[in-house]
Write a protein that binds this ligand. Structure first.
Ligand code: GLA
Length: 389
């Protein structure tokens, strides 16, 4: 006998909003996570990055209120939180801070608006280094800008979202994550000059290949403290170089010879060398991509991983294991750890027809050697933050 199982469609964020707040939302926004093809830890050193927005996103539905209350609801955590615009403090729950932090920065910048109700959900894996927090900040600022007619340009929103993360959440991150989430374009990566904020879209022509993320499923606890330490080590490098070369204001203005000449400290020297080399790799990588030379691009990715492991020292054994396994596969063009480090994902360019057998094989090895499960996300490059279609 044939049994028909009735399929209930999953509820949309607008429906969750209506169920929770008993009114329909005025606006629904979608905001993507990001990958980064090359250019790691270069953003806060005024260097180059090559990120892209992906097909995993945060969804946010929102409506104005007539008072000054902010009411928030997280579908995924099944948690509600409320605050008054007149008194904004850290929530103690973390997720509301990404929204409240944006409100706080907007108010500090002089924008005027009333309270609002917002519900959020998403499918960006948390802690995997795909910038779910930046996506949430971008969703919030985009929604508030639309809802209250604040008249902000996209780049203003990017900068303000970064300030929210720096000042309210307290992570001294660079601008890459918010930039990629807000400025993404389907099928394109974006080369951003983090000094001038000039950017250029690069079509990603990798016919027959796909960008695959191999998630270690670890996030070591030193991730954020080491992030700030690396940042300070780079700034210390600049201070030392400046004594001889006063025109150097960031590692972007320096070269390897200057570092050899002015920095004795072995650790600071390694960090600075990595940044200079990684900036060069972004430039070379863009040339390779423009020519359609995937083999050259793949080599640049492996070189980036080696630098992150040996000179910048932000990798970990799980990331190294997966990157090393990738290197053995002829159907993988290139691979490297992605994002801040100490866990998260390896980004790999894999031949489409080989994705299944290769990722299965690496998963088994990873399980055997690291005693963990690896997750696999096949990604598409997508549009940046915008009204939900
Ligand atoms: C994190 C930060 C970014 C960037 C990367 C490393 O994702 O949020 O600003 O510094 O690490 O490239």
């Amino acid at each position: 006998m044939e049994v028909t199982v009735k399929q209930y469609p999953e509820k949309s964020i607008a429906e969750y909003f209506s169920d929770h707040f008993l009114t329909r939302p005025q606006l629904t926004v979608t905001s993507p996570g990001r990958i980064n093809l090359i250019g790691e830890h270069t953003d806060y050193n005024n260097g180059f990055v090559l990120p892209a927005a992906i097909d995993k996103s945060i969804q946010l539905s929102i409506s104005k209120r007539t008072d000054n209350i902010i009411e928030l609801f997280s579908v995924d955590k099944n948690q509600a939180f409320s605050a008054s615009i007149d008194r904004l403090n850290v929530s103690g729950l973390l997720w509301p801070d990404y929204l409240i932090g944006v409100v706080d920065e907007l108010l500090k910048a002089g924008y005027k608006f009333s309270g609002f109700s917002a519900a959020v959900t998403g499918n960006i894996p948390i802690g995997a280094g795909l910038s779910s927090s930046a996506a949430l900040e971008c969703a919030t600022i985009y929604a508030l800008n639309e809802l209250f007619g604040l008249g902000m340009e996209r780049m203003d929103m990017v900068k303000l979202a970064q300030k929210a993360e720096n000042n309210f959440v307290g992570l001294q991150c660079g601008i890459m994550d918010m930039f990629a989430s807000m400025m993404g374009k389907a099928g394109y990566t974006i080369r951003l000059d983090c000094r001038s904020l000039d950017y250029e879209y690069f079509p990603l022509r990798i016919d027959g290949y796909k960008i695959v993320l191999l998630d270690t499923q670890v996030k070591h606890s030193l991730a954020s403290s080491e992030y700030n330490t690396r940042r300070n080590e780079c700034f210390e490098g600049v201070r030392l170089i400046q004594k001889k070369y006063p025109a150097v204001h960031s590692l972007r203005d320096a070269n390897e010879a200057m570092i050899e000449e002015t920095i004795d400290d072995a650790v600071i020297k390694k960090r600075c060398l990595y940044i200079i080399q990684e900036n060069n790799r972004v430039t070379e990588g863009c040339i390779a991509l423009t020519k359609g030379d995937l083999v050259a691009f793949g080599k640049i990715m492996y070189a980036s991983h080696a630098g992150l492991r040996e000179l910048y020292e932000v990798s970990c054994k799980e990331l190294d294991f997966i990157a090393d396994e990738c290197r053995k596969e002829k159907d993988i063009i290139g691979a490297r750890m992605m994002g801040g480090g100490f866990g998260g994902c390896v980004i790999a360019i894999i031949k489409e027809t080989a994705i299944e057998p290769i990722t299965k094989k690496i998963s088994v090895e990873y399980r055997n050697k690291m005693d963990r499960n690896m997750k696999v996300y096949i990604t598409k490059l997508n549009d940046g933050t915008g009204a939900a279609k």
